[in-house]
Design a protein around this ligand. Structure first.
Ligand SMILES: C[S@@+](CC[C@H](N)C(=O)[O-])C[C@H]1O[C@@H](n2cnc3c(N)ncnc32)[C@H](O)[C@@H]1O
Length: 291
């Protein structure tokens, strides 16, 4: 059976029962939120803090630690994931966590009840069982007639100005996404770039896209974010490579052999001279460009 993101999750579970993965995700969260200038959700109702009646479904870490100001506390949130140990303890105020796979239909009592649904960097977990189109439709069904879906994913087009290891990381993610859907029409470069189209196909109107450039290392002003951005830039690489290693055929590229080591070199470069990873905020579709 072709490898999928289960191989990634098996590895992070084996590595200290996800404790290291949790740090990586918290660092990633801080880095991304800083790049979005604390504006975690782009939905106007959430920004103004005045939804008709607040119920938002969001992927788990939506608000942890110092970024708490990003979300008004008066809303009720449901956070979902499939790994219990990743839920923040104690949960942020107004937040309830529930196990729910994006690959399965959501509970019938949730249908058409949410003002806002937010999913970030989870799309790859759907493959190969479900297509991006299924996932988008599954999420759209949760929205009230006037609701807002925000998806955040990574742009996987290399950036000419990037240091070589950074572009190799982008290429690695692009290969991963593509090969998750090997042999289907979804086996294509920059797969997540089609999400706005999938959203329109699912009946959403006013689909907008925004691109967010995520700053790393010396490119960030805040020292706390600088440290987080450096850690998260390198931490996921061995886990992604685990999935690619298990993929059949000629997926593996020689240049990935020592990528983890070279990423530690990149850590030094980023710390000294800075760098960027661009996150494109999709409708909202947000994609991330790794720079
Ligand atoms: C890259 S992390 C992103 C976490 C979080 N959404 C964020 O942006 O910080 C991917 C997350 O997807 C979760 N995940 C994996 N398979 C899933 C599934 N089938 N349904 C829902 N979540 C899943 C993982 O446990 C992990 O927390």
């Amino acid at each position: 059976m072709p490898a999928n993101m289960t191989a990634f999750m098996d590895k992070t579970k084996k590595d200290a029962n996800n404790a290291t993965e949790q740090v990586r995700l918290e660092d990633q969260h801080g880095t991304v939120v800083a790049a979005m200038e604390g504006r975690l959700l782009y939905a106007r109702s959430v920004q103004t803090g005045s939804p008709d009646s607040g119920l938002c479904m969001c992927q788990w870490p939506l608000d942890r630690g110092p970024s708490k100001a990003a979300l008004p506390a008066e809303h009720d949130y449901i956070g979902t994931d499939v790994v219990k140990s990743l839920y923040p303890k104690p949960p942020p105020k107004g937040t309830h966590f529930q196990d729910q796979s994006i690959k399965e239909p959501f509970p019938s009592e949730w249908q058409e009840t949410f003002e806002v649904v937010h999913q970030r960097l989870v799309m790859a977990a759907a493959a190969p069982k479900q297509t991006p189109g299924f996932i988008v439709q599954n999420l759209v069904k949760l929205l009230k007639p006037v609701g807002w879906l925000q998806l955040v994913e990574v742009i996987t087009t290399p950036v000419p100005e990037n240091p070589i290891p950074r572009n190799q990381h982008i290429d690695m993610l692009d290969s991963l996404y593509k090969n998750l859907y090997s042999g289907t029409k979804y086996a294509k470069a920059n797969l997540m770039a089609d999400l706005p189209w999938e959203m329109e196909k699912s009946g959403l109107r006013n689909v907008q896209q925004a691109e967010v450039l995520v700053k790393y290392g010396a490119a960030t002003e805040n020292l706390w974010i600088r440290e987080k951005s450096l850690r998260t830039a390198v931490a996921g690489v061995p886990n992604f490579l685990t999935v690619l290693k298990e993929m059949p055929g000629d997926v593996w590229k020689q240049e990935w052999n020592d990528l983890p080591q070279r990423h530690h070199g990149l850590y030094k470069d980023l710390a000294e001279s800075g760098g960027y990873m661009s996150e494109k905020d999709l409708a909202k579709v947000v994609e991330m460009r790794l720079q």
